[in-house]
Design a binder for this molecule. Structure first.
Ligand SMILES: Nc1ncnc2c1ncn2[C@@H]1O[C@H](COP(=O)(O)OP(=O)(O)OP(=O)(O)O)[C@@H](O)[C@H]1O
Ligand SMILES: [Mg+2]
Length: 350
């Protein structure tokens, strides 16, 4: 995978701190763990980029003991673009069979988009999370997205009957999405508030969920009827869960517009810790927390506070290029095992 020809690692159930210089493959290790959990990388770019250049395949093999003491073997193979995932030597038929078996929460520089990106990035974030905690959510979302896509196409040629049919589909699945989103965002907000209270009790922060959710299919269709003229004019679908918004407020201001890099990262870390709690509550399995480049942009006090919270209940993987910060963290607790990824790309306990 990527830079590695082969890598064997035996990690501890507590905190695994992976130190290595730039480009030595630290993020790739987290990426491998993430792929075993969710079948995909968390990094942007084409799917095949994870395969080492010049090769046409790679494989991952893992032996995992989840928090409910279940021993599970997950393997992942990709060969000529064909993906094969096995759980306990049995090939899975659908990716959704993998989701939730070995949950992980990732904190990485890539997810800055959750705060600073387009509203779609925030919707993608909650969609991914809610799919992990509720298998049915993904199905409903896929059906809704399909209807939405068809409706958008139909808006370009006036076919009243077709439009009505897609509106009807959107109402069926949109109502279901809203029912679940309202419930799960409320849970996420509660978890976030409790994490935040522990992490930064002196500062106010909150997550706002802004939605025009309706309670029934009839109400949904009624709203679509009201919007119909405008939608045809602008040729856009103006109503439904695809217009929901998530907003992060920090010190009574929009974090996206006013927050510093560090402030955004603190809030994002709190959000991810809240996510871990939500996954634990809903799947009963304690997720593994992956923290890529934890110390970047955060002061030491906050890095340690975040790490302490994460490691209270979860297995944690941290990467760093800062050996001083790494050693400081390692000396803070006997739960931390320090791994060195050296210039020959060997990973060993140091
Ligand atoms: N498909 C690929 N084939 C070969 N090498 C790759 C491929 N994809 C990425 N690389 C290389 O793998 C190396 C390891 O990348 P990775 O992001 O894991 O490093 P890192 O240790 O996290 O670095 P940093 O400290 O800068 O974040 C990089 O040098 C990158 O250019
Ligand atoms: Mg990296």
């Amino acid at each position: 995978m990527r830079i590695f020809d082969k890598l064997d690692c035996d990690f501890t159930k507590n905190v695994n701190l992976i130190f290595g210089e730039n480009g030595k493959g630290k993020t790739t290790i987290l990426e491998a763990i993430h792929m075993l959990s969710l079948s995909k990388s968390f990094r942007p770019g084409a799917k095949q980029n994870v395969i080492k250049q010049g090769k046409n395949s790679f494989s991952l093999a893992s032996e995992i003991t989840t928090s409910n003491n279940q021993k599970t073997k997950i393997t992942y193979n990709i060969f000529k673009g064909q993906k094969r995932i096995k759980i306990n030597d049995k090939q899975i038929e659908r990716i959704s069979d993998l989701v939730g078996v070995f949950p992980v929460v990732i904190m990485s520089p890539e997810d800055a988009d959750i705060i600073s990106g387009h509203p779609q990035a925030r919707r993608n974030y909650i969609n991914k999370l809610f799919s992990v905690i509720d298998k049915n959510y993904l199905y409903i979302l896929q059906q809704y997205t399909k209807a939405l896509r068809q409706k958008r196409e139909t808006l370009f040629y006036n076919d009243e009957k077709q439009l009505e049919a897609w509106n009807h589909q959107m109402a069926i699945y949109g109502t279901k999405i809203w029912e679940k989103r309202n419930q799960y965002t409320l849970l996420l907000q509660k978890k976030f508030n409790s994490v935040w209270e522990e992490l930064e009790p002196k500062t106010h922060a909150e997550i706002q969920f802004i939605s025009s959710s309706t309670k029934s299919e009839e109400e949904f269709i009624g709203m679509l009827k009201k919007m119909s003229k405008k939608e045809k004019e602008v040729k856009r679908a103006l109503f439904g869960p695809h217009t929901d918004k998530l907003k992060f407020i920090y010190k009574n201001k929009s974090l996206k517009d006013f927050g510093s890099h560090g402030e955004k990262k603190i809030l994002l870390s709190a959000l991810k810790l809240a996510e871990a709690k939500l996954i634990k509550e809903k799947t009963t399995i304690t997720p593994v927390v992956l923290m890529d480049d934890l110390f970047a942009k955060l002061d030491k006090r906050r890095s340690i506070a975040i790490l302490k919270m994460a490691s209270k209940h979860n297995q944690v993987f941290i990467t760093t290029t800062d050996s001083q910060a790494g050693k400081l963290i390692a000396s803070e607790s006997n739960k931390v095992t320090y791994f060195h990824l050296d210039k020959d790309l060997r990973c060993y306990e140091a």
